[in-house]
Design a protein around this ligand. Sequence first.
Ligand code: ADP
Ligand code: GLC
Length: 486
Amino acid sequence: MSLQALSVASECFPLIKTGGLADVVGALPNALAPHGVRVRTLLPAYRQVLARAGQVEPVLQLPDLFGADGRLLAAKNADGADLLLVDAPHLFDRPGGPYLDAAGLDWPDNAQRFAALSIVAARLGRGLLPGFQPDIVHAHDWQAGLVPAYLALFGGRRPATVMTVHNLAFQGQYPARLLDDLHLPASAFVPEGVEYYGQIGFLKAGLNYADRITTVSPSYAREIRTAEGGMGLDGLLNARAARLSGIVNGIDMDVWNPATDPLLAKNYAVGSLADRAENKTALCSRLGLDQDDSPLFCVITRLTWQKGVDLILQAAPHLLEAGGQLAVLGAGDVQLEGSYQRLTEQYPGRVACVFGYNEEFAHLLEAGSDAILVPSRFEPCGLTQLYALRYGCIPVVSRVGGLADTVIDANDAAQAAGVATGVQFHPVTADALKDAIYRTIALYRQPGLWAKMQRNGMTSDLGWEVRAGAYASLFRSLAQENGVAA
Ligand code: ADP
Ligand code: GLC
């Protein structure tokens, strides 16, 4: 029998994306279908979403949704997956991003905006939409953290809930005075409820009330149970350890396929790796980089502390002295942008940066660069290294979280067994990154070894099939616990 699931998130590729969350939320529904799980995805109808969604159909009125009436719209994603959109113009129809205004400040009503998303999800979980009774409600990150809470606090029969943590650093904490406003009972303002250090914690609430917690890699599932990686939630996560597991993200093998990708200068596959070179040529000429046989390292990232981009700045002079080149695509911290801009000016022809968010350019970077640097201080899963593996771009990663779980370091044993796919380093310091860059350049100078690593990455199992299967089994066992024959 097929299971019905409602996935609840604040981003979904290609409608709205600021990071990997969107890719995962966008790809999972079609990946779950062959496993007998039918997913509908609930999203805020941001201005960008309505502009891109194509045809929408109003299916329900949503009266009095945090200040005004709203509507529920049905739509289809680009890949045909079912979408439900919370159309509440007073909350979501505005310029700027999903979380921040044009000046980079949090929208002042984010608590209400994502409580609205969550309360609609909870009502749908209770069967608000005729003909749709979800067996599972799958909440992603803090923006959907109140869904399990509302479902538990409303009382009565409810679907099983799964809370997936894509990044524990973002927790959604709001003042206690909003309790009433957010339709949360005063009795829930306790450590066993939604209270978190005197505030209302959206993610905390989700972790507390969900039937199961998942995160996006087994290593990150372990790290978040430690004081060092738990970001204040390790106590709760330890208490719920029996209900916590890690499932590594997959990638959309159609969107990210070097053999068919329309955003490349030249398509290639594992059997025609030589064709890859045309992408490097195109990339270098677009960026004004010298065209020679230098190993070209790229970076594709949010410019934040998490991603260790400051360590790249420190290691860059060594990378350049050793004959490397650097191409950066990044958006975020303005000061970091300034530092990268100065590096570009200091090393013309050797360093190039593109600032801002540019989905298309990310594809050419993965296809044209020799290696990608991902020196994250923590990384729940990470997707850029997975895209790199698929594109024959060697990942150079810190040994943390999902990076540890998805890249096989080219140590002697891995090379002897012929299974290496990249380079890992630890601790996450500029010095260790520098050494990893030296190792990578030494490998690059051995073309046979390098090509073997490229082939290993390109043929490794990166798709969703097996990973979606893990979500499906989890959903099925939960539905059974909940009395649904699945
Ligand atoms: P996170 O979600 O923490 O930012 P991930 O590695 O999981 O990290 O996912 C990042 C996603 O966003 C990838 O699809 C990556 O290609 C994309 N991305 C990150 N920064 C940029 C950028 N500046 N321009 C285009 N795409 C970017
Ligand atoms: C978060 C994490 C990233 C992960 C992504 C998708 O943004 O920072 O590591 O890959 O979510 O799960």
